[in-house]
Design a protein. Structure first.
Length: 394
Protein backbone atom coordinates (compact mmCIF):
# COMPACT_ATOMS: atom_id res chain seq x y z
CA UNK A 1 0.00 0.00 0.00
CA UNK A 2 2.87 2.31 0.84
CA UNK A 3 4.63 1.61 -2.47
CA UNK A 4 1.46 2.41 -4.49
CA UNK A 5 1.05 5.85 -2.87
CA UNK A 6 4.73 6.70 -3.47
CA UNK A 7 4.42 5.72 -7.13
CA UNK A 8 1.35 7.88 -7.59
CA UNK A 9 3.12 10.88 -6.09
CA UNK A 10 6.11 10.58 -8.42
CA UNK A 11 3.80 10.01 -11.38
CA UNK A 12 1.97 13.24 -10.62
CA UNK A 13 5.27 15.14 -10.18
CA UNK A 14 6.52 13.96 -13.56
CA UNK A 15 3.21 14.96 -15.12
CA UNK A 16 3.40 18.46 -13.59
CA UNK A 17 6.96 18.97 -14.81
CA UNK A 18 6.19 17.76 -18.32
CA UNK A 19 2.82 19.45 -18.65
CA UNK A 20 3.83 22.90 -17.41
CA UNK A 21 7.47 22.78 -18.54
CA UNK A 22 8.80 23.34 -15.06
CA UNK A 23 12.57 23.44 -14.66
CA UNK A 24 13.37 20.60 -12.25
CA UNK A 25 16.50 22.39 -11.04
CA UNK A 26 14.47 25.40 -9.87
CA UNK A 27 12.42 25.02 -6.73
CA UNK A 28 8.75 25.63 -7.58
CA UNK A 29 6.17 25.66 -4.78
CA UNK A 30 3.58 22.96 -5.41
CA UNK A 31 0.97 24.82 -3.41
CA UNK A 32 0.19 26.73 -6.61
CA UNK A 33 -1.34 23.55 -8.00
CA UNK A 34 -4.31 21.49 -6.92
CA UNK A 35 -5.50 18.03 -8.04
CA UNK A 36 -9.03 17.59 -9.32
CA UNK A 37 -11.08 14.94 -7.56
CA UNK A 38 -12.58 13.52 -10.76
CA UNK A 39 -9.54 12.90 -12.97
CA UNK A 40 -6.73 13.33 -10.40
CA UNK A 41 -5.02 15.76 -12.76
CA UNK A 42 -3.18 18.76 -11.32
CA UNK A 43 -4.60 22.12 -12.33
CA UNK A 44 -3.15 25.60 -11.69
CA UNK A 45 -4.69 27.12 -8.59
CA UNK A 46 -6.58 30.34 -9.26
CA UNK A 47 -6.15 32.69 -6.33
CA UNK A 48 -8.65 35.50 -5.86
CA UNK A 49 -7.27 39.00 -5.68
CA UNK A 50 -6.89 40.45 -2.20
CA UNK A 51 -9.26 43.31 -1.32
CA UNK A 52 -6.53 45.92 -1.77
CA UNK A 53 -5.81 44.77 -5.33
CA UNK A 54 -9.49 44.22 -6.06
CA UNK A 55 -10.31 47.87 -5.38
CA UNK A 56 -7.54 49.15 -7.63
CA UNK A 57 -8.87 50.28 -10.98
CA UNK A 58 -7.22 50.90 -14.27
CA UNK A 59 -6.55 54.52 -15.23
CA UNK A 60 -9.44 54.44 -17.70
CA UNK A 61 -11.84 53.25 -14.98
CA UNK A 62 -10.55 55.74 -12.41
CA UNK A 63 -11.37 58.82 -14.49
CA UNK A 64 -13.11 61.51 -12.51
CA UNK A 65 -16.18 63.31 -13.72
CA UNK A 66 -14.14 66.39 -14.58
CA UNK A 67 -11.81 64.38 -16.83
CA UNK A 68 -14.75 62.67 -18.52
CA UNK A 69 -16.36 66.03 -19.16
CA UNK A 70 -13.12 67.29 -20.67
CA UNK A 71 -13.10 64.36 -23.07
CA UNK A 72 -16.72 65.08 -24.01
CA UNK A 73 -15.89 68.74 -24.55
CA UNK A 74 -12.97 67.83 -26.80
CA UNK A 75 -15.22 65.49 -28.77
CA UNK A 76 -17.79 68.28 -29.10
CA UNK A 77 -15.17 70.73 -30.35
CA UNK A 78 -13.92 68.27 -32.94
CA UNK A 79 -17.46 67.59 -34.16
CA UNK A 80 -18.21 71.31 -34.28
CA UNK A 81 -15.09 71.98 -36.33
CA UNK A 82 -15.89 69.15 -38.74
CA UNK A 83 -19.48 70.37 -39.11
CA UNK A 84 -18.24 73.89 -39.88
CA UNK A 85 -15.90 72.58 -42.56
CA UNK A 86 -18.76 70.60 -44.09
CA UNK A 87 -20.81 73.81 -44.31
CA UNK A 88 -17.77 75.71 -45.67
CA UNK A 89 -17.67 78.18 -42.79
CA UNK A 90 -15.03 79.39 -40.39
CA UNK A 91 -14.84 77.01 -37.36
CA UNK A 92 -13.75 79.85 -35.07
CA UNK A 93 -16.94 81.87 -35.68
CA UNK A 94 -19.30 78.90 -35.96
CA UNK A 95 -22.03 79.68 -33.37
CA UNK A 96 -24.80 77.57 -31.81
CA UNK A 97 -27.32 79.06 -34.20
CA UNK A 98 -25.16 77.96 -37.14
CA UNK A 99 -25.06 74.44 -35.66
CA UNK A 100 -28.87 74.28 -35.49
CA UNK A 101 -29.20 75.50 -39.07
CA UNK A 102 -26.59 72.99 -40.26
CA UNK A 103 -28.35 70.09 -38.52
CA UNK A 104 -31.71 71.17 -39.93
CA UNK A 105 -30.15 71.23 -43.42
CA UNK A 106 -28.14 68.00 -43.20
CA UNK A 107 -30.61 65.98 -41.10
CA UNK A 108 -34.10 67.25 -41.87
CA UNK A 109 -36.69 65.95 -39.42
CA UNK A 110 -40.48 66.28 -39.40
CA UNK A 111 -40.86 65.16 -35.79
CA UNK A 112 -43.20 67.38 -33.79
CA UNK A 113 -41.35 67.01 -30.47
CA UNK A 114 -38.24 69.16 -30.45
CA UNK A 115 -36.52 66.82 -27.99
CA UNK A 116 -36.70 64.00 -30.53
CA UNK A 117 -34.98 65.97 -33.26
CA UNK A 118 -31.21 65.67 -33.81
CA UNK A 119 -29.28 68.12 -31.69
CA UNK A 120 -25.71 69.10 -30.91
CA UNK A 121 -25.08 71.11 -27.76
CA UNK A 122 -22.21 71.77 -25.41
CA UNK A 123 -21.78 68.92 -22.90
CA UNK A 124 -21.98 71.25 -19.90
CA UNK A 125 -25.54 72.22 -20.88
CA UNK A 126 -27.07 68.77 -20.37
CA UNK A 127 -24.53 66.69 -18.42
CA UNK A 128 -25.16 66.48 -14.65
CA UNK A 129 -23.29 68.95 -12.53
CA UNK A 130 -20.27 67.75 -10.59
CA UNK A 131 -20.35 68.53 -6.92
CA UNK A 132 -16.96 69.32 -5.44
CA UNK A 133 -15.90 67.10 -2.54
CA UNK A 134 -15.42 69.10 0.65
CA UNK A 135 -12.32 67.94 2.51
CA UNK A 136 -10.29 69.21 5.43
CA UNK A 137 -6.61 70.05 5.51
CA UNK A 138 -5.72 66.34 5.72
CA UNK A 139 -7.80 65.56 2.61
CA UNK A 140 -10.43 63.76 4.66
CA UNK A 141 -14.09 64.23 3.67
CA UNK A 142 -16.08 66.52 5.95
CA UNK A 143 -19.35 64.67 5.40
CA UNK A 144 -19.87 61.68 7.68
CA UNK A 145 -21.92 60.00 4.94
CA UNK A 146 -19.23 60.32 2.27
CA UNK A 147 -18.57 56.57 1.99
CA UNK A 148 -22.28 55.71 1.66
CA UNK A 149 -22.27 56.77 -1.99
CA UNK A 150 -25.06 59.32 -1.39
CA UNK A 151 -23.57 61.87 1.01
CA UNK A 152 -25.90 64.74 0.13
CA UNK A 153 -29.01 62.56 0.53
CA UNK A 154 -28.04 61.23 3.95
CA UNK A 155 -26.95 64.69 5.09
CA UNK A 156 -30.46 65.95 4.33
CA UNK A 157 -31.99 63.00 6.21
CA UNK A 158 -29.75 63.83 9.17
CA UNK A 159 -30.88 67.48 9.08
CA UNK A 160 -34.52 66.39 8.99
CA UNK A 161 -33.92 64.19 12.04
CA UNK A 162 -32.33 67.09 13.92
CA UNK A 163 -35.31 69.30 13.28
CA UNK A 164 -37.72 66.54 14.29
CA UNK A 165 -35.97 66.24 17.64
CA UNK A 166 -36.09 70.01 18.02
CA UNK A 167 -39.82 70.24 17.31
CA UNK A 168 -40.54 67.29 19.61
CA UNK A 169 -38.65 68.99 22.44
CA UNK A 170 -40.54 72.23 21.87
CA UNK A 171 -43.85 70.37 21.75
CA UNK A 172 -43.12 68.62 25.06
CA UNK A 173 -42.22 71.96 26.64
CA UNK A 174 -38.57 71.24 27.33
CA UNK A 175 -36.36 74.28 27.72
CA UNK A 176 -33.92 73.60 24.88
CA UNK A 177 -32.45 76.73 23.38
CA UNK A 178 -31.46 75.29 20.00
CA UNK A 179 -33.20 77.93 17.95
CA UNK A 180 -30.43 80.37 18.79
CA UNK A 181 -27.91 78.08 17.09
CA UNK A 182 -27.16 79.15 13.53
CA UNK A 183 -26.90 75.52 12.38
CA UNK A 184 -30.51 74.84 13.40
CA UNK A 185 -32.26 78.17 12.99
CA UNK A 186 -33.56 78.98 9.54
CA UNK A 187 -32.95 82.44 8.15
CA UNK A 188 -36.16 82.59 6.14
CA UNK A 189 -38.44 81.39 8.93
CA UNK A 190 -39.56 84.93 9.84
CA UNK A 191 -40.44 85.69 6.24
CA UNK A 192 -42.31 82.41 5.92
CA UNK A 193 -44.36 83.14 9.04
CA UNK A 194 -45.75 86.24 7.38
CA UNK A 195 -47.01 84.16 4.47
CA UNK A 196 -50.70 83.58 3.96
CA UNK A 197 -52.03 80.36 5.49
CA UNK A 198 -54.02 79.61 2.33
CA UNK A 199 -50.86 79.34 0.24
CA UNK A 200 -50.68 75.95 -1.46
CA UNK A 201 -47.44 74.00 -1.87
CA UNK A 202 -46.21 70.99 -3.77
CA UNK A 203 -43.03 69.01 -3.23
CA UNK A 204 -40.23 69.14 -5.76
CA UNK A 205 -40.30 66.41 -8.36
CA UNK A 206 -37.86 63.51 -8.57
CA UNK A 207 -35.72 65.22 -11.21
CA UNK A 208 -35.72 68.52 -9.29
CA UNK A 209 -34.55 66.81 -6.10
CA UNK A 210 -31.74 65.08 -8.01
CA UNK A 211 -30.68 68.40 -9.49
CA UNK A 212 -30.78 70.04 -6.07
CA UNK A 213 -28.72 67.33 -4.36
CA UNK A 214 -26.56 66.76 -7.47
CA UNK A 215 -26.76 63.01 -6.87
CA UNK A 216 -28.33 60.12 -8.78
CA UNK A 217 -30.69 58.98 -6.04
CA UNK A 218 -33.29 56.28 -6.54
CA UNK A 219 -37.06 56.66 -6.51
CA UNK A 220 -37.20 54.76 -3.24
CA UNK A 221 -34.87 57.29 -1.62
CA UNK A 222 -36.94 60.14 -3.08
CA UNK A 223 -40.17 58.69 -1.63
CA UNK A 224 -38.49 58.22 1.74
CA UNK A 225 -37.28 61.83 1.77
CA UNK A 226 -40.74 63.17 0.90
CA UNK A 227 -42.31 61.02 3.62
CA UNK A 228 -39.90 62.42 6.21
CA UNK A 229 -40.57 65.99 5.07
CA UNK A 230 -44.34 65.45 5.23
CA UNK A 231 -43.98 64.13 8.76
CA UNK A 232 -41.86 67.17 9.65
CA UNK A 233 -44.49 69.49 8.17
CA UNK A 234 -47.27 68.00 10.33
CA UNK A 235 -45.75 69.25 13.58
CA UNK A 236 -47.87 72.03 15.14
CA UNK A 237 -44.88 74.39 15.42
CA UNK A 238 -43.36 73.55 12.03
CA UNK A 239 -43.58 77.23 11.02
CA UNK A 240 -40.35 77.82 12.97
CA UNK A 241 -38.41 75.73 10.45
CA UNK A 242 -40.40 76.65 7.36
CA UNK A 243 -37.25 78.09 5.79
CA UNK A 244 -35.72 74.61 5.73
CA UNK A 245 -38.88 72.97 4.37
CA UNK A 246 -39.24 75.61 1.64
CA UNK A 247 -36.03 74.33 0.04
CA UNK A 248 -37.83 71.15 -0.99
CA UNK A 249 -41.27 72.50 -1.90
CA UNK A 250 -42.69 75.03 -4.29
CA UNK A 251 -45.60 77.38 -3.81
CA UNK A 252 -48.53 76.94 -6.17
CA UNK A 253 -50.80 79.82 -7.02
CA UNK A 254 -54.45 79.06 -6.43
CA UNK A 255 -56.31 80.01 -9.58
CA UNK A 256 -59.82 81.15 -8.90
CA UNK A 257 -62.60 79.90 -11.10
CA UNK A 258 -63.95 82.44 -13.56
CA UNK A 259 -67.69 82.79 -13.02
CA UNK A 260 -69.99 85.23 -14.73
CA UNK A 261 -72.04 86.88 -11.98
CA UNK A 262 -75.52 87.92 -12.99
CA UNK A 263 -77.05 90.93 -11.23
CA UNK A 264 -80.32 90.71 -9.33
CA UNK A 265 -83.49 91.58 -11.18
CA UNK A 266 -85.92 94.28 -10.10
CA UNK A 267 -87.70 91.87 -7.76
CA UNK A 268 -84.43 90.95 -6.00
CA UNK A 269 -84.27 87.45 -7.50
CA UNK A 270 -81.01 85.80 -8.64
CA UNK A 271 -81.16 83.23 -11.43
CA UNK A 272 -78.56 80.80 -12.72
CA UNK A 273 -78.20 77.53 -14.61
CA UNK A 274 -76.42 74.36 -13.51
CA UNK A 275 -75.55 71.22 -15.47
CA UNK A 276 -74.45 67.74 -14.47
CA UNK A 277 -74.33 64.75 -16.81
CA UNK A 278 -77.48 65.14 -18.94
CA UNK A 279 -79.43 67.12 -16.31
CA UNK A 280 -80.05 70.86 -16.64
CA UNK A 281 -81.39 72.93 -13.72
CA UNK A 282 -82.71 76.50 -13.79
CA UNK A 283 -82.41 77.96 -10.29
CA UNK A 284 -83.98 81.11 -8.83
CA UNK A 285 -83.05 82.39 -5.38
CA UNK A 286 -84.45 85.20 -3.26
CA UNK A 287 -84.15 86.13 0.38
CA UNK A 288 -86.54 84.16 2.56
CA UNK A 289 -86.84 81.51 5.25
CA UNK A 290 -85.16 78.48 3.66
CA UNK A 291 -88.01 77.03 1.59
CA UNK A 292 -86.85 74.85 -1.35
CA UNK A 293 -89.15 73.84 -4.22
CA UNK A 294 -88.01 71.47 -6.99
CA UNK A 295 -90.42 70.97 -9.90
CA UNK A 296 -93.30 72.21 -7.69
CA UNK A 297 -92.42 69.65 -5.03
CA UNK A 298 -90.53 69.89 -1.76
CA UNK A 299 -86.94 68.77 -1.38
CA UNK A 300 -87.92 65.67 0.62
CA UNK A 301 -90.49 64.58 -1.95
CA UNK A 302 -88.23 65.04 -4.95
CA UNK A 303 -85.13 63.42 -3.37
CA UNK A 304 -86.01 60.55 -1.03
CA UNK A 305 -82.34 59.72 -0.38
CA UNK A 306 -80.37 61.77 2.15
CA UNK A 307 -77.30 61.73 -0.12
CA UNK A 308 -79.02 63.78 -2.83
CA UNK A 309 -80.50 66.22 -0.29
CA UNK A 310 -77.03 66.88 1.12
CA UNK A 311 -75.75 67.64 -2.37
CA UNK A 312 -78.45 70.26 -2.88
CA UNK A 313 -77.87 71.89 0.53
CA UNK A 314 -74.06 71.76 0.35
CA UNK A 315 -73.53 75.40 -0.82
CA UNK A 316 -75.89 76.68 1.86
CA UNK A 317 -74.19 74.62 4.57
CA UNK A 318 -70.77 76.00 3.59
CA UNK A 319 -72.07 79.58 3.99
CA UNK A 320 -74.23 78.79 7.07
CA UNK A 321 -77.25 80.19 5.21
CA UNK A 322 -79.73 77.31 5.16
CA UNK A 323 -82.51 79.55 6.53
CA UNK A 324 -81.67 82.75 4.64
CA UNK A 325 -82.93 82.09 1.08
CA UNK A 326 -85.93 80.64 -0.73
CA UNK A 327 -84.98 78.48 -3.72
CA UNK A 328 -87.08 77.46 -6.71
CA UNK A 329 -85.69 74.94 -9.19
CA UNK A 330 -86.82 73.58 -12.52
CA UNK A 331 -84.71 70.54 -13.46
CA UNK A 332 -85.00 68.32 -16.50
CA UNK A 333 -83.14 65.24 -17.74
CA UNK A 334 -80.84 62.78 -16.06
CA UNK A 335 -81.34 60.81 -12.89
CA UNK A 336 -81.43 61.82 -9.24
CA UNK A 337 -77.62 62.02 -8.97
CA UNK A 338 -77.28 64.23 -12.05
CA UNK A 339 -80.19 66.44 -11.04
CA UNK A 340 -78.77 66.94 -7.53
CA UNK A 341 -75.39 67.96 -8.98
CA UNK A 342 -76.99 70.35 -11.45
CA UNK A 343 -79.05 72.03 -8.72
CA UNK A 344 -76.02 72.35 -6.47
CA UNK A 345 -74.02 74.12 -9.18
CA UNK A 346 -76.95 76.44 -10.01
CA UNK A 347 -77.43 77.38 -6.33
CA UNK A 348 -73.71 78.10 -5.83
CA UNK A 349 -73.57 80.36 -8.88
CA UNK A 350 -76.77 82.19 -7.99
CA UNK A 351 -75.56 82.96 -4.45
CA UNK A 352 -72.76 85.11 -5.89
CA UNK A 353 -75.35 87.63 -7.06
CA UNK A 354 -76.11 88.48 -3.42
CA UNK A 355 -72.51 88.73 -2.24
CA UNK A 356 -69.33 88.36 -4.32
CA UNK A 357 -67.44 87.61 -1.10
CA UNK A 358 -68.92 84.10 -1.17
CA UNK A 359 -66.71 83.24 -4.14
CA UNK A 360 -63.54 82.37 -2.19
CA UNK A 361 -65.29 80.02 0.20
CA UNK A 362 -67.39 78.32 -2.48
CA UNK A 363 -64.41 77.98 -4.80
CA UNK A 364 -62.36 76.46 -1.99
CA UNK A 365 -64.88 73.60 -1.76
CA UNK A 366 -65.06 73.21 -5.56
CA UNK A 367 -68.71 74.28 -5.82
CA UNK A 368 -68.29 76.68 -8.75
CA UNK A 369 -66.90 74.12 -11.21
CA UNK A 370 -69.05 71.79 -13.22
CA UNK A 371 -68.34 68.11 -12.65
CA UNK A 372 -67.09 66.89 -16.07
CA UNK A 373 -67.61 63.18 -15.35
CA UNK A 374 -70.10 61.46 -17.64
CA UNK A 375 -71.01 57.88 -18.42
CA UNK A 376 -68.39 56.22 -20.57
CA UNK A 377 -69.69 55.18 -23.95
CA UNK A 378 -70.25 51.59 -24.96
CA UNK A 379 -67.55 50.09 -27.16
CA UNK A 380 -68.28 48.04 -30.30
CA UNK A 381 -67.63 44.34 -29.75
CA UNK A 382 -68.12 44.69 -25.99
CA UNK A 383 -71.14 44.26 -23.76
CA UNK A 384 -70.65 47.67 -22.03
CA UNK A 385 -67.99 50.34 -21.76
CA UNK A 386 -65.52 47.97 -20.07
CA UNK A 387 -67.47 44.72 -19.78
CA UNK A 388 -66.58 42.03 -22.29
CA UNK A 389 -68.79 39.25 -23.58
CA UNK A 390 -68.42 35.87 -21.93
CA UNK A 391 -65.70 33.94 -23.72
CA UNK A 392 -66.64 30.38 -24.66
CA UNK A 393 -63.93 28.05 -25.83
CA UNK A 394 -66.24 25.91 -28.01
Amino acid sequence: MHMVVTRNIFTELSYIIGRNRINPFVITPLRNYRIQSSSNRPMPRRFSKPPAMRDQRTPSEALTAEVKYKNEINTYERGKRRLALMMEKDPETFSDKDIEEALAYLLPSSLFAKDARPMMKHPLEFLPKVKAIQVDKDNRPLSAAFYTGFPAFYDVIHEVGEREELLMSLTLGKAIDKLSDNSIQDENSTESNQRNDNTMFRWLTFSQIKELLQEEITERQYNYLIARLERLQQFPNSDQISGFIDKYRKSVEHRQTKVKIRPLNQAGVASSTGKRKSAVANVKIQEGTGNIQINDRSLIEHFPLMLHREQVLYPLLVLNATDAYNITCDVRGGGPSGQAGAIRLGIARALLSFNEGFKDKLDEHGLLIRDPRIVERKKPGQKKARRKFAWVKR
